[in-house]
Design a protein around this ligand. Structure first.
Ligand code: M6R
Length: 604
């Protein structure tokens, strides 16, 4: 939540900072602001999107700046509450992502010393606290200030008395250094500066960095200098551009032929009939546990639920899936369990907290994430990357597909270890995996038909998604996609549950999207559809392409390609993403930046 930027170099800091900030807009977009040094620190803030801020900043010169795009936590969405915040002597300017838990006490103390607060935010405390600590060294002042703060922060600080220096500090909120030639960057996320550099240095919790255009110094928890190597990021800059698509979300949906390929590349071998991970990961999977607990939030949680069906089916091992926000407080941590954190960003606060707690209790931890170097990868005993490239649209699409596939690969590996999967079944599944990019392409080619079906949902007040087996978590995800980007109320249900309550809400105006597996759930789904139809609503079936029978029971069919290996969950996911996308597009919604949401949820 919130994206922050720092730039020091030779370019126009206004232009670079706004450019980088726009690439972080998915982290929050209530308001935005920038501070640029030109003789003094000049601060500009606006409510709304970054484009609105950009219109209001004069073309001033200056080679050092800091900026933020906000997702409000403390204090309403107003210009005053937008960042940067400035100290009373106007020398210290800060942007912050995180929450200061003891801000009331600190604020009171600062007020008693004569400091005046302008905003309702917790973040403003940092500006005055750093002023209070400042003698003649801004790095030291930031160090002294953060020692007094409880909570979490990624912080960038600019001091008018040291105008060629940027200070960065982090604890439990992401902050990465981008290393350039005669310029350096600080950002919440790598795509922000990827256009300028692909060399990064990760900061760890409790560390502080001091950047000039020509130098980078890092200091540990104890304020002592540290050596840290830079790393090269292989992501392509086009991953963070729309490349001709009207929305990032649509681009990311279309990238899924490649996503599938990237997830399986180097991890399956047809010849050796094997699923392969690095030795350290295989050892975690093999030796880790009596049982498996998956912890995640939102879409990643639904991927975890899908993973439960896959792992239990293929291995017989019990899998428990938990919402990280609950599990971190109420979970039962047993040191013989394997805890798998599933998180696209690797920064979701609740998932990180659950992983930390699991480690504390001696459990083995594994993370499935898209972001190398993210907090999750640093905490866990091992991590598997979803290798999907940057995902900018707030609604997760390609990373959900990749998460489900990684969980399937884990299931296969475990099945081989436990001898619950025979060589022939494994071979057949590997074959099906190899065909998946073509299967996904086939679904993408149906986009126009899916758009026609979407037209029938545009005016709905509420939509039900139903499925059985693995199609139950898929229906939860389908409903989440629709609600988050089109603002239509949608719920996913296990089809057998409708008669236990949800039917009370079903009217003829409630379209039902029924996901029909061509497996042992088929007959039951047909009965459930009959029960639905008896109450009058329109039913849209997502069904296998050869299924002629289903047409007589439903109003519309969106077919998915037959896939003998049972991997139909992937084309079904893509259909539901396109369905949600087209509904939202027809409603002219803000698809990439839905209201009140942010991509990376780094607050509780
Ligand atoms: O980065 P994470 O996967 O941990 O994020 C979890 C959720 O915040 C995320 O999946 C959210 O639900 C998305 N907006 C769904 O599209």
């Amino acid at each position: 939540m919130c994206g922050i930027i720092g730039y020091v170099g030779f370019r126009n800091a206004r232009t670079v900072s706004i450019d980088c900030l726009k690439r972080l807009e998915y982290r929050g977009y209530d308001s935005a602001g920038i501070g640029i040094f030109n003789e003094k620190i000049q601060v500009f803030k606006e409510v709304g999107y970054i484009s609105n801020l950009e219109k209001h900043i004069p073309h001033i010169k200056g080679c050092i700046a800091l900026a933020q795009t906000r997702w409000a936590t403390h204090g309403k969405v107003t210009k005053i509450n937008a960042h940067p915040h400035v100290s009373n002597n106007e020398k210290i300017t800060i942007v912050h992502n995180g929450i200061i838990e003891n801000f009331k006490e600190l604020k009171q103390e600062l007020i008693s010393k004569g400091y005046e607060f302008k905003s309702e935010t917790d973040s403003e405390v940092f500006a005055h606290l750093i002023q209070d600590c400042y003698k003649d060294n801004i790095k030291q002042a930031v160090y002294d200030a953060v020692q007094q703060v409880k909570g979490y922060y990624a912080l960038v600080v600019l001091c008018a008395d040291e105008p060629d220096v940027l200070i960065g500090a982090r604890k439990d909120s992401p902050l990465v250094i981008g290393v350039g030639d005669n310029e350096n960057f600080l950002a919440s996320d790598i795509p922000a500066f990827l256009k300028y550099t692909n060399r990064v240095i990760y900061l760890n919790d409790g560390e502080i960095c001091r950047l000039t255009s020509k130098s980078i110094e890092i200091f540990g928890n104890d304020n002592q200098p540290l050596k840290r190597e830079q790393e090269l990021i292989s992501w392509d800059v086009s991953g963070a551009e729309k490349t001709g698509f009207p929305h990032f979300m649509l681009k990311e949906i279309y990238e899924q032929t490649d996503t599938v390929h990237q997830v399986i590349r180097g991890r399956i071998s047809e010849i050796q009939r094997e699923v392969m991970f690095p030795e350290s990961i295989e050892s975690i999977i093999k030796n880790g546990s009596n049982d498996i607990h998956i912890v995640a939030c939102g879409t990643s949680y639904y991927a975890g639920l899908a993973g439960k069906y896959l792992i239990e089916q293929l291995t017989g091992k019990p899998v428990f899936v938990h919402l990280a926000s609950e599990y971190r407080y109420y979970g039962n941590y047993n040191k013989n369990s394997l805890i798998i954190g599933v998180t696209q960003s690797g920064e979701t606060l609740d998932t990180i907290a659950a992983l930390k707690k699991a480690k504390h209790h001696g459990c083995k931890t594994l993370v499935v994430t898209n972001v190398i170097g993210s907090s999750a990868t640093r905490i866990a005993d091992g991590f598997i990357l979803t290798q999907s490239g940057p995902e900018i649209g707030v609604a997760a699409t390609k990373t959900f597909t990749a998460q489900v596939l990684v969980l399937l690969l884990i299931a296969l590996k475990l099945g081989v270890f436990n001898k619950t999967i025979g060589a022939d079944s494994l071979y057949q599944l590997i074959q099906s995996l190899k065909k998946l990019p073509r299967v996904v392409q086939h679904v993408l080619d149906q986009s126009d038909h899916i758009k026609k079906v979407a037209e029938q949902l545009v005016n709905a007040h509420s939509v039900f998604f139903i499925g059985r087996g693995i199609n139950f978590p898929l229906s939860l995800e389908g409903a989440l996609k629709l609600k988050e980007i089109s603002y239509i109320h949608a719920e996913g249900f296990a089809a057998g549950e409708l008669k236990h309550g949800p039917f009370a809400l079903l009217t003829e105006d409630t379209p039902v999207v029924a996901i029909i597996g061509s497996d042992e759930t088929y007959e039951k789904m047909v009965s459930n559809i009959g029960e639905v139809k008896a109450r009058g609503p329109k039913v849209i079936a997502i069904a296998e392409e050869n299924d002629e029978t289903i047409k007589q029971f439903v109003d519309e069919v969106i077919p998915y390609p037959s896939n003998k290996g049972g991997l139909s969950c992937i084309p079904i996911i893509v259909i539901m993403q396109l369905l949600a996308y087209h509904v939202a597009d027809l409603k002219e919604c803000s698809i990439d930046k839905p209201r009140n949401l942010a991509k990376s949820v780094t607050v509780e």
